[in-house]
Design a protein around this ligand. Structure first.
Ligand code: G3I
Length: 391
């Protein structure tokens, strides 16, 4: 239903200038969601359910409802939230988000079915103490995927089926490999299994592999180029007729790294697209180091960070706009008040990672991505392709 409404709105809105009763059309007053629709592009945000439900935070709720056409659960669809004790499901917060999205005609990205973090303790400790065997673990994973995907069948447009399964060059050993709990206990075949189980439970949701540090290709050697490793993995899965539909590039960037230019990022999206996969930016944020001067409010240190952050948000969005198989652009929280960054990166402290400040005022990054959506158009930026879920 939601998908249908969005599809209709998309067809109506693509590359047309809305007619208004005599008033000149002013795109700067439009939401990111509306401007994205001109290109058939979903603009999404991760949602913190505690903030969404906080009666003293009406602005949070309002911005989620009005600025975005897609929502992702920041935490409440993770296994530890959904099944905190074995066999007892806590669907409340996840259901609430899905209902909220329906009321606001938004799509939902499902995050996440298989990940090594935020697993329930009963599962990890059962494996650690040997009371859950390898065979039972595989069956538990099948049941988890089947139960969750079936519950939201038809209500979720894109599922992150597998999240962050590949190591980084800074890990030990540095040669890229499948990492974490699932690879360790089930071997890498769990990846193909998970996609097949997810497809069996929902014939229409687009099924994604989602990861960070895959925004651009590097050396081309899968031993140290994570994007190449993921590309080779996807190609192999497709050759095995595994129903993978898309690659989610998270887009967690930091201004201290310099990062990428638009053409590099667009080239990576195109290369995944050439495999017949769709793509998406799924968790974009661009953090900065909070030096003492930044913390003291020194504009000369704050301004370049805000500008660099805006530029990086823009690079990823422009690349996405330029590649027709890039279907959505999601920010990982929209306000610095609720960003995961400061609690995660504290030595040195980092922050300023989102598009609104702590008082819900739009930052430079907000205006920059808004202007990208306004100025983009044919012949270089064309509407999104119509995706076909793989059987
Ligand atoms: O649930 C408890 C709550 O009861 C308690 O009051 C609170 C006190 O700190 O902690 C709560 O749990 C925290 C949870 O977020 C919910 O707020 C955890 O400590 C904290 O570790 C957890 O962090 C999340 C992180 O994933 C965990 O790995 C972040 O919010 C979330 O933004 C982050 O998201 C991940 C994506 O899923 C995958 N890609 C990377 C991204 C950023 O790390």
């Amino acid at each position: 239903m939601t998908v249908g409404v969005v599809a209709f709105a998309t067809a109506a809105a693509l590359n047309t200038v809305p007619a208004t009763a005599g008033k000149p059309y002013d795109p700067t007053t439009q939401s990111l969601a509306k401007l994205g629709l001109r290109h058939g592009l979903q603009i999404g945000t991760a949602v913190d359910m505690a903030a969404l439900n906080d009666a003293s935070e009406p602005q949070y709720r309002k911005i989620v409802a009005t600025e975005f056409s897609s929502v992702t659960a920041e935490n409440v669809m993770k296994w530890e939230s959904l099944e905190p004790t074995r066999g007892n499901y806590n669907w409340g917060p996840a259901d609430q988000l899905v209902d909220f999205a329906k009321r606001n005609r938004q799509s939902v990205r499902g995050h996440v079915l298989v990940w090594q973090n935020q697993l329930p303790t009963w599962l990890t400790s059962g494996v650690a103490d040997g009371s859950i065997s390898r065979q039972e673990l595989r069956e538990l994973l099948r049941k988890h995927i089947t139960t969750v995907v079936s519950r939201y069948q038809g209500k979720i447009s894109q599922w992150d089926v597998i999240n962050e399964a590949v190591s980084d060059p800074w890990d030990n050993p540095p040669t890229l490999h499948y990492k974490g709990f699932w690879a360790q206990h089930l071997g890498p075949d769990y990846i193909a299994d998970a996609f097949r189980w997810a497809r069996a439970a929902d014939p229409k949701a687009l099924l994604f592999y989602n990861d960070y540090n895959i925004e651009a290709f590097g050396s081309g050697d899968p031993a140290d180029d994570k994007t190449q490793f993921v590309y080779d993995m996807a190609k192999r899965l497709l050759a095995q007729r595994v129903p993978i539909d898309g690659i989610g590039s998270q887009g967690h960037l930091g201004t201290q790294y310099g990062n990428y230019d638009t053409l590099q990022v667009a080239a990576a999206l195109k290369k995944f697209g050439a495999l017949g996969l769709v793509t998406a930016f799924t968790e974009v944020d661009v953090r900065s180091q909070l030096t003492e001067a930044v913390q003291a409010g020194d504009e000369a240190e704050i301004n370049p960070r805000l500008q660099a952050s805006a530029a990086n948000f823009s690079v990823l969005l422009k690349a996405c706009l330029a590649v027709r198989s890039c279907l959505s652009y999601t920010v990982w929280g929209f306000s610095d008040k609720y960003s995961w960054v400061p609690s995660w990166f504290n030595d040195p402290p980092e922050g300023l990672a989102t598009i609104y400040d702590e008082n819900f005022q739009p930052k430079r990054a907000y205006y920059e991505i808004k202007s990208d959506l306004i100025f983009a158009g044919p012949p270089y930026v064309l509407p999104r392709i119509a995706p076909k879920p793989r059987r």
